[in-house]
Design a protein around this ligand. Structure first.
Ligand SMILES: [Zn+2]
Length: 474
């Protein structure tokens, strides 16, 4: 007896796209079968998915929940927590989030993880994991503790090569510390997840624009520019080459970043690229729109030529995943800063990501369904050490499933969303929308009705395969 059989849909599986029935027992996929091969009486519930697309639940490898958000007056706010973001994610067909456990205080790393667990356990509707995030000065005993954590299921370490803004000193790592961390990542199954900008160039541009009185956020692309991305990507990739450290370059925003990744991969290096849907679809001209800050995240929106290179990167393997850099907060907080040095980053987009990218990739650009699923789900699972448990519709995988209705023709409407009081995606065309989301066999969203519970989400310990770490495997 199966618990659930999803019948008659177009299923995107690791073996291609086909009309299969998906049978689920407990939390896992039991089988993909020929249509009708399982008698309806052999399932506790049968779902008719005729005319629908059945894909692995989305994976967003870059979100920030309950996150420190500096305010222009020097105070700080926290962004919305996992209970808000994970619910919106499930409504949008995303079933796994990867956030960060940031060492923002000089505490042992295991204490940092325990504190992060306090924010998440029994407070998240979907499955989740954290990247460890190192900040500022790194004491030697942190490095030795890191070795143990990497092999205990926390194999990814976020590193900044810049403080991002002048007021956020203490964020970047010294290059020598990055070198030491890279050695440890190489030896212990790790992966560096990198925010790379050239701190000298960025801080120089802050000084210059402030001196010239050009402090409006409209000028953010001049500060967080493509040359900075070029210099920093190449420096950090070169260091990784010396230590044979695999890297995942977060939120690639410029053509220079895509080219640096492409060249490293051609050279056999295990370097993977992530971009964000806002970098692909919004440019620095969008800062001029009403509440233009809502489109911003750091580094910055760039030019149409940069956007074209990001899109090209999704076709040649330089860009492997499309994330959100989710920051969920009110419109008031997102727009309270309006200078180059105090504008809030992040994007409230975890919910419409799958639908918007379906429209842009499949409908507008003719991407195959497999490529679309790779970019919004499977590749993140592969790189981050979750595959094939996550990111695959196959026997034995977790039954994390999004059922999309591809007959929808409309625009994203704020009233359809569950994130906050605004959306940078409002008005964007969509040509598919999730009608059912399943998390480990449980139907958590059906026709807009939410059935999840805060205790549903589970922490995912991870291990990155050697194949991913040894060369450009995707
Ligand atoms: Zn981020």
């Amino acid at each position: 007896m199966f618990d659930l059989v999803i019948r008659g849909g177009s299923v995107v599986s690791p073996h291609g796209v086909g009309e299969w029935d998906v049978a689920i027992t407990g939390e896992r996929i039991a089988a993909l079968t020929e249509p009708g091969a399982i008698e309806p009486a052999s399932a506790r519930r049968n779902v008719n998915a005729a005319g629908r697309l059945v894909i692995p639940g989305g994976i967003d490898p870059h979100v920030h929940c309950k996150w420190h958000m500096p305010m222009p007056d020097g105070s700080a706010q926290l962004t919305d927590g996992p209970e808000v973001v994970s619910r919106a994610a499930l409504h949008g067909g995303t079933t796994t989030l990867i956030d960060f456990a940031a060492r923002s205080e000089p505490l042992p790393l295991r204490e940092i993880v325990a504190r992060r667990d306090a924010d998440w356990v029994d407070n998240c509707y979907c499955d989740y994991a954290y990247h460890l995030m190192l900040l500022g000065d790194i004491e030697p005993d942190v490095l030795s503790e890191l070795e143990g954590l990497l092999v205990d299921g926390y194999p990814t370490v976020k590193i900044f090569t810049t403080n991002i803004t002048p007021s956020r000193a203490g964020r970047m790592l010294h290059f020598g510390d990055i070198w030491e961390v890279f050695k440890i990542l190489s030896r212990n199954g790790g992966l560096g997840v990198i925010h790379a900008e050239d701190n000298d160039i960025v801080m120089h541009m802050y000084e210059k624009l402030i001196r010239e009185g050009r402090v409006s956020f409209h000028n953010l692309a001049e500060v967080h520019n493509a040359l900075s991305e070029d210099l920093s990507f190449r420096r950090v990739i070169h260091l990784a080459h010396a230590e044979r450290t695999p890297l995942y370059m977060m939120h690639v925003s410029a053509g220079t970043g895509v080219r640096a990744i492409r060249e490293a991969r051609a050279n056999g290096q295990a370097v993977y690229g992530e971009t964000l849907h806002q970098y692909m679809l919004y440019g620095s001209e969008d800062y001029r729109r009403t509440n233009g800050q809502i489109y911003h995240t750091y580094p910055s929106l760039k030019s149409p030529e940069d956007q074209a290179e990001l899109w090209a990167g999704t076709l040649d393997g330089s860009i492997n995943a499309v994330a959100t850099d989710e920051i969920c907060c009110s419109l008031r907080l997102k727009t309270i800063g309006d200078r180059i040095d105090d504008t809030t980053g992040g994007n409230a987009g975890v919910e419409p990501r799958l639908a918007v990218m379906y429209h842009e990739m499949v409908t507008q650009r003719g991407y195959s369904l497999e490529r679309y699923v790779d970019l919004v789900s499977s590749n993140a699972a592969r790189i981050m050490g979750l595959y094939p448990r996550k990111g695959a519709l196959a026997a034995g995988s977790d039954a994390d499933i999004a059922v999309l209705d591809p007959t929808v023709r409309r625009k994203v409407r704020l009233e359809d969303l569950h994130e906050t009081d605004y959306s940078p995606w409002e008005g964007h065309d969509v040509s598919a929308w999730p009608v059912m989301t399943i998390l480990r066999g449980k139907v958590v969203v059906e026709d807009g009705r939410f059935h999840g519970e805060r205790s549903d989400g589970r922490y995912l310990l991870r291990e990155i395969p050697d194949l991913i770490r040894e060369g450009p495997a995707l």
